[in-house]
Write a protein that binds this ligand. Structure first.
Ligand SMILES: Cc1cc2nc3c(=O)[nH]c(=O)nc-3n(C[C@H](O)[C@H](O)[C@H](O)COP(=O)(O)O)c2cc1C
Length: 165
């Protein structure tokens, strides 16, 4: 089965997962912004990887606008979020905000943990984040302004199994 992995990343975690999946499946990997939709017809399996921003998968609009072209293929979607994937109701909400119920019927969905890192942000942004974290009592603000890195190769195992089925 010829597989293409299409990813949308903001800070790199989703691409890292895409490259690991690509290596494991010997599949091609491409950024959403570089996809030439005429290439899609040659693949039987599509894996969409997306970072979560503002409670949605960033790749959702591309998938929705190309739905007619992709819907009859085997489709796997993985999200990469700051929220912990064990929070299943939160993960459910991200997918529901991104794709219709009808679209989800054609997808196998996975949620992977990402990272929060401000090291590549300009100094002024880092200072604002530090300030907001200090003054805010909102647990979500605390959660998304505290740095962590939980991007691990082992997390791709269920995706590899699903793709090989
Ligand atoms: C502007 C912005 C908004 C975000 N919104 C959310 C969110 O709503 N829910 C969440 O779980 N994580 C959120 N995150 C955290 C990202 O999902 C996390 O950093 C993830 O690793 C991003 O993947 P990437 O490195 O491929 O961009 C947000 C991050 C940024 C920078």
């Amino acid at each position: 089965m010829k597989t293409l992995i299409i990813y949308n990343t903001a800070s790199g975690a989703t691409k890292e997962y895409a490259d690991w999946i690509g290596d494991a499946l010997k599949a091609n990997v491409v950024a959403e912004k570089d996809v030439d939709s005429s290439m899609i017809s040659t693949y039987q399996t599509l894996i969409f990887g997306s970072c979560v921003q503002g409670g949605k998968l960033k790749i959702a609009s591309w998938v929705t606008s190309h739905w007619k072209q992709v819907k009859d293929k085997k489709i796997i979607v993985y999200s990469v979020s700051g929220a912990d994937p064990t929070e299943t109701s939160v993960m459910r909400k991200y997918f529901d905000e991104s794709f219709s119920k009808e679209m989800q019927k054609h997808m196998t969905m996975f949620s992977l943990h990402g990272r929060i890192s401000f090291k590549n942000f300009p100094m002024i942004v880092r200072l604002i984040v530090k300030f907001v974290r200090k003054v805010s009592k909102n647990p979500d603000v605390q959660k998304f302004t505290t740095e962590f890195d939980d991007v691990k190769k082992e997390y791709i195992a269920p995706i590899i199994s699903a793709a090989k089925k």
